[in-house]
Design a protein. Structure first.
Length: 318
């Protein structure tokens, strides 16, 4: 059985691992993918027929056969678009699940598994024909002719590749490693937050300390540009601080990756302020940045800061 026959023989089963909303999204993408392929194939055939007809009319006059249909009427471009659907389809489904559940997924690996690779073109030796014997030249030409035939077959098969969303979902669950979306997202969240506040250069020492109701971030968490020519001090968060702010947002509302919604100024390129009160947060009271890179996060109680640290900063995922 050829590789393309194996793709065609994939058994499609009902997938109960995803929600009805997720399945509805995937089915819409599947329908759009399938119908786009059929429509674009008709476009390519119509363009090819028009060019052939024009050639039959104008060849006798040695005229430019694209005079009336235009040089942009390119069948190969349409075929390229048909093939690109495969990557677009996989990317769309993977990005949907990645964004919705805040999990990291390797789209390229899934594409490598689901989209076949083409035949390899024979290598022309260094120096070309001038360094080859007649027999070697004949053998190379024979290999090249065979490659072109296989390449044409492969290109045609890519235009009709029977991709199914269930195949993409299968690959996604392989990458989840047996976890649910929620479990995988939580593991990645805990891994990011642990890494952002432990020093790899000092035996994973904590780069924070608790003092009463305040979490003091003692490493390098921010920077301040206070050049004399500036009209204001320009404060900027490090990637680690943004990770920790995302953790604060999760601790407050149990939603992933919303630090930029609670602390928008600290996710910009820079900000004029270094002190931020959080009047609408139940657990966090304020965030203050210092020029030496330190950041103080004041909670509304000692219990809250201790709970946050134990839940978010000291839970290392194996």
């Amino acid at each position: 059985m050829s590789l393309m026959e194996k793709f065609s023989a994939v058994e499609i089963k009902a997938d109960n691992r995803i929600s009805e909303d997720d399945k509805a999204f995937c089915l819409r993408q599947q329908e759009a993918f399938d119908k786009a392929g059929l429509a674009l194939q008709k476009v390519a055939e119509a363009m090819a027929a028009a060019k052939a007809e024009q050639a039959g009319i104008l060849t006798a006059d040695e005229d430019f056969i694209d005079r009336y249909v235009g040089g942009d009427c390119n069948v190969d471009d349409v075929y390229d678009t048909i093939k690109k659907r495969n990557h677009t389809f996989i990317s769309t489904v993977v990005n949907y699940f990645s964004r919705k559940y805040s999990v990291e997924l390797d789209k390229r690996e899934i594409e490598e598994h689901l989209i076949p690779t083409g035949p390899k073109e024979p290598n022309l030796p260094w120096g070309g024909y001038r360094n080859m014997s007649e027999d070697e030249i004949a053998s190379y030409r024979q290999e090249l002719d065979a490659y072109k035939v296989e390449k044409d077959k492969f290109e045609q098969s890519l235009r009709t590749l029977p991709l199914r969303y269930e195949q993409v979902v299968d690959e996604i669950f392989v990458q989840l490693g047996g976890f649910s979306f929620q479990e995988k997202a939580m593991n990645e969240f805990l891994s990011r937050t642990w890494n952002c506040c432990h020093s790899t250069y000092r035996d994973n020492a904590e780069e924070f300390e608790i003092k009463n109701d305040t979490l003091k971030l003692t490493g390098y968490w921010c920077s301040c540009k206070d050049d004399s020519w500036r009209s204001y001090d320009a404060w900027e968060s490090t990637g680690s601080l943004k990770t920790l702010l995302n953790a604060l947002a999760w601790y407050e509302c149990r939603r992933m990756d919303e630090g930029n919604l609670w602390f928008p100024e600290l996710f910009r390129y820079d900000t004029e302020r270094n002190f931020f009160e959080t009047n609408n947060m139940e657990k966090v009271k304020s965030v203050k940045l210092f020029k030496n890179g330190r950041v103080d996060i004041k909670f509304r109680s000692v219990a809250y800061v201790q709970e946050f640290v134990e839940i978010c900063l000291r839970r290392k995922v194996a």
